[in-house]
Write a protein that binds this ligand. Structure first.
Ligand code: HEM
Length: 517
């Protein structure tokens, strides 16, 4: 059962909240499938799918090396990765990379989002991929390769002939071949950005056209019907088992379910040292503690709390609850019920792929610092009765009032050329200060440019904080300094304390401040 918070909460947000209230906008780049963030002759959704394949295609199942590990970042100059698609995909996902999101997990998400946006099936998404720090071996099949070579490549990746056929057909239902990168395939007559012969007549629809056109021997796929037989690799691949698999794939439902299976298998091909999470499940009731801070005189906690209810047909609260109440437990054992209101901006709803809808409730309140804030439960009243959610049986959703982000945190741009310094403050509950094992800390995620790659690397630095003289009743203040290249100033940090009994209390994934010191 889901217990809040998890390190993948942010990922689940990116996966599902594409429009409406509190949208994350990751899907915008591939919506609609035919355009997205396209430029002439380029289809972003197709590029994202191709990038996932090329990154994964170097896997060797005998050594467990390679696979979806973002090593493509360092391999874009190699011949088997012709075209600008890879760097363009990596630039697209750049701003979403964080200490909680590896580039390789983002590539997997990119595939899932593209397939969804183009009308394809839901591909389950597991997380936990770890990024390579250098180029891996080569190994992406190329159009001029013989069937034996291509089969040997897929065999090395741990995929059967049937899976090979399906994966190529599922991939090549989108996009086409760029004349600028493959003039030998498209012909020398018109080599231009806009000349991109497509794999089928519906290149922006995730459908069986690529299969149908192949089977009827009447189509436009440049890797099937190309004048140059040498580069007709799709023709060789599709016919590898005497068209048995292609005939199966001609059925729309089979095509859809098979593509979901082989895509899932493809994005889960990871180095043997990586353990992936369970597939991300959409959470039915999810809280967001957006603000939890001390007011100016330190007597109150200022709280802004959202609750997101899934309202997707058949999967959530289809008719709006009559009330959503937050039941707050203070440190003295007292409970207070506070009513959350349906959010009003953009109708208080957000939307995702596969007709997902969510309804948002908001509570803005102040709580007494003297009483403390332990945890909260969520009460939801519907026509069927009242439901009390206690965070998957844990007794409540924690406020974690042991460590609070200091609002004094600020950005100092006057430092060394090209760098910025942050003064980061935390408030630590006074009764915990005597139990500290070492100083309170900041875990700061630097976004460091990396040589040979367009995507930065996340380097996490643990910084000790020192006590400052200011304090309020119940809390002591600490300060730490982090310096980072100004190009990567917008990042995240965690605050934490380690107690003598080994327990850690943290407040995580805080945005760096933009106000100047
Ligand atoms: C034998 C294996 C394969 C070969 C030889 C091959 C070859 C190619 C070539 C030459 C292109 C044109 C690239 C460009 O001009 O930008 C292409 C595009 C593409 N490939 Fe493959 N491919 C193979 C397998 C796959 C697989 C397994 C997938 C996905 C699962 C895939 C997905 C795509 C997509 C989506 C495009 C369109 C890209 C765009 O329009 O920008 N390919 N492929």
């Amino acid at each position: 059962e889901y217990v809040w918070p998890t390190k993948y909460d942010h990922f689940e947000d990116m996966l599902v909240m594409h429009s409406g209230y509190r949208r994350f906008g990751f899907g915008d780049l591939v919506v609609p499938c035919s355009f997205g963030s396209n430029t002439v002759g380029r289809q972003t959704a197709a590029e994202w799918v191709r990038t996932a394949f090329h990154d994964m295609a170097t896997f060797d199942h005998t050594t467990g090396k390679g696979g979806l590990d973002a090593s493509i970042m360092f391999e874009t100059e190699s011949g088997e990765n012709a075209g600008t698609a890879f760097n363009s995909t990596l630039s697209d996902i750049w701003e979403f990379v964080s200490p909680r999101t590896s580039v390789s997990d983002m590539i997997a998400l990119a595939l899932v989002a593209s397939v969804a946006s183009c009308g394809g099936p839901e591909v389950p998404l597991r997380l936990g991929r770890i990024d390579a720090t250098e180029a891996g071996p080569l190994g992406v099949p190329e159009p001029q390769d013989s069937l034996e070579t291509i089969q040997a490549d897929f065999d090395r990746m741990g995929l059967t002939t049937e899976e090979m056929i399906a994966l190529v057909a599922c991939g090549h239902t989108l996009g086409g071949v760029h004349s600028e990168d493959f003039p030998d395939i498209t012909g020398p007559e018109d080599v231009s950005a806009s000349n991109v012969p497509k794999f089928d007549n519906t290149h922006a629809e995730f459908d069986t056209a690529v299969v149908d056109e192949y089977l009827s021997n009447k189509g436009i796929n440049p890797l099937v019907f190309g004048k140059n037989e040498t580069t007709n690799s799709d023709k060789r691949v599709f016919g590898a088992d005497g068209n048995v698999t292609m005939h199966k794939l001609a059925d729309a439902a089979t095509f859809s379910s098979t593509c979901a299976e082989v895509f899932e298998k493809m994005i889960n091909v990871v180095p043997s040292t990586v353990t992936l999470s369970e597939p991300i499940q959409l959470v039915k009731v999810k809280p967001y503690l957006d603000t939890f801070k001390l007011n100016s005189d330190g007597t109150k906690f200022e709280v802004e709390l959202h609750v997101r209810l899934r309202s997707t047909k058949g999967k959530g609260y289809e008719s709006p609850p009559s009330s959503v109440t937050i039941d707050v437990l203070d440190r003295k054992g007292n409970r207070t019920s506070l009513q959350a209101a349906h959010a009003t901006l953009k109708g208080g709803q957000s939307y995702g792929f596969f007709s997902e809808t969510f309804d948002w409730y908001l509570l803005t309140t102040e709580l007494d610092v003297a009483a403390g804030a332990e945890s909260f439960k969520i009460h939801i009243s519907t026509s069927e009765g009242e439901e009390v959610l206690d965070n998957g049986g844990t007794g409540g959703y924690p406020f974690n009032d042991g460590v609070i982000a200091g609002t004094q945190s600020c950005l100092d741009t006057t430092g060394t050329q090209g760098n910025v310094t942050f003064d980061l403050y935390s408030a630590v509950r006074s009764d915990l200060v005597q139990d500290l094992d070492g100083a309170p800390w900041v875990s700061f995620a630097h976004r460091m440019p990396q040589q040979g790659a367009v995507t930065p690397r996340i380097v996490v630095e643990k910084i000790s904080m020192a006590e400052v003289t200011a304090s309020v009743d119940g809390y002591k203040f600490f300060k730490g300094k982090a310096t980072t290249p100004s190009s990567g100033w917008s990042t995240r940090y965690d605050l934490g304390i380690t107690l003598k009994d080994g327990k850690e209390v943290t407040r995580e994934f805080i945005r760096t401040p933009s106000t100047s010191c």
